[in-house]
Design a protein around this ligand. Structure first.
Ligand code: G3I
Length: 363
């Protein structure tokens, strides 16, 4: 029988091996605990990169301490998700209200965060308020709206999405809308940029659109439009690519658009990143792990392409929400209760997408 020390208690006394192993096991546990805690509480995104990292916000979230903690820890810029748009500010009777955007501007100032104005002119908004105006009054009301809103936030916003989503859905030309019918297809855009420049000469003025990576034809039409408007004298100061990524697009397509956009030498704003795991395919037999892998690959590619831009062209990198449950994709009939398009889960813990983004920024 081995000369093992007798049990000093009724329980099994540790063997020599166990005593030696214990500190190693404890250290491993501690490392694992640290790893888990750093996963649970990762280093702030904004401290990892030399450019602003943003998210969208609405005033209801300012009353959620968990949202505020995540926002002020990881982000250095905010974009009002909807309360700085015409749909909030301009009532159908032509009256204005500013309570919500004012509160968001104050939150940013109080927390040392940059504010990105979104959006002055959008095809889908203002239809009722501008209905029935003759050409002259329409143009005057258009100029007045931009001057009033951009003028109010002069010195409080760093930038504006002056015109949002002007390119046709399929990328074939420009979108027809009440603005283009009244002021001309390029005319309404040039006018908006000119009015915004007059109202806030210090703001960086963006043309912003979506599916520019997902649909190369739309991306090309967008960039041709930027070129044409610049030639016409529009004071476009930046390119906004929303980056609501389709995780099923081919590798390289995202980086290719970023390279083409960078050729203008203008600041670029990744303005609304999210990457839904839900596919347009009717029958998607892939496992959650397979979809997560595609999401991570596309997000890393975007982050890397943005990080590779010259410093002067890295305006900001904005995600469209903090927690999955903050996402527009998790509201109303879109909500399947499972989609995970953002960096943090409902509990505020990092999703795999957080690591994919951090990897892209670091590589
Ligand atoms: O919070 C109010 C609620 O109090 C009210 O009862 C309800 C019904 O009127 O409205 C709620 O506000 C809604 C808000 O989202 C918050 O859910 C607004 O009506 C609704 O219009 C708004 O939708 C926003 C949408 O743009 C239109 O402005 C989404 O939040 C926002 O995520 C979405 O963001 C757009 C970008 O601006 C442009 N790129 C595409 C992106 C996604 O569609």
């Amino acid at each position: 029988m081995s000369a093992r020390p007798l049990a000093t208690t009724t329980r099994c006394a540790p063997t020599r091996r166990a005593l030696f192993a214990a500190p190693l096991a404890l250290a491993a546990c501690r490392r694992d605990a640290v790893a888990q805690s750093s996963l649970a509480d990762p280093a702030p995104l904004k401290s990892r990169v030399p450019f602003p990292v943003g998210t969208c916000a609405m005033t209801g979230q300012l009353d959620d301490p968990r949202w505020v903690r995540l926002a002020t820890t990881h982000f250095s810029q905010l974009t009002p998700e909807w309360e700085m748009k015409m749909e909030y500010i301009l009532s159908d009777d032509g009256s204005y209200r500013f309570q919500a955007p004012d509160r968001l501007a104050t939150f940013c100032a109080t927390n040392g965060m940059r504010l990105h104005g979104h959006a002055l002119i959008w095809f889908s908004q203002g239809v009722k308020a501008f209905a029935g105006l003759d050409q002259a009054r329409f143009a005057a009301a258009y100029d007045h709206y931009i001057a009033t809103v951009a003028g109010r936030y002069r010195g409080r916003v760093a930038s504006w999405d002056v015109v949002n989503e002007a390119i046709a859905e399929d990328g074939n030309g420009l979108r027809d809308c009440h603005w283009s019918r009244a002021l001309g297809q390029d005319g309404y855009m040039i006018r908006a940029f000119e009015q915004a420049k007059l109202a806030d000469p210090g703001a960086v003025l963006f043309l912003n659109d979506y599916n520019l990576e997902n649909n190369p034809r739309k991306g090309a039409t967008f960039l041709r439009t930027v070129e044409r408007l610049l030639r016409a004298g529009a004071p476009i100061g930046g390119i906004g690519t929303q980056s609501h990524l389709d995780i099923d697009i081919p590798a390289g397509q995202t980086a290719a658009f970023m390279r083409d956009a960078a050729a203008f030498g203008l600041p670029i704003h990744v303005s609304e990143l999210d990457a839904s795991l839900n596919s347009e395919r009717r029958l998607d037999t892939r496992s959650p792990g397979q979809k997560l892998a595609r999401q991570q690959a596309r997000v890393t590619e975007l982050a890397q392409a943005f990080s590779d831009l010259p410093a002067a062209q890295r305006f900001a990198f904005t995600v469209w929400g903090i927690r999955d449950t903050d996402s527009w994709l998790r509201r109303g009939e879109r909500d399947d209760g499972r989609d995970s398009p953002l960096l943090f889960n409902a509990a505020g813990r990092p999703n795999p997408m957080f690591g994919a983004l951090a990897d892209g920024f670091q590589s």
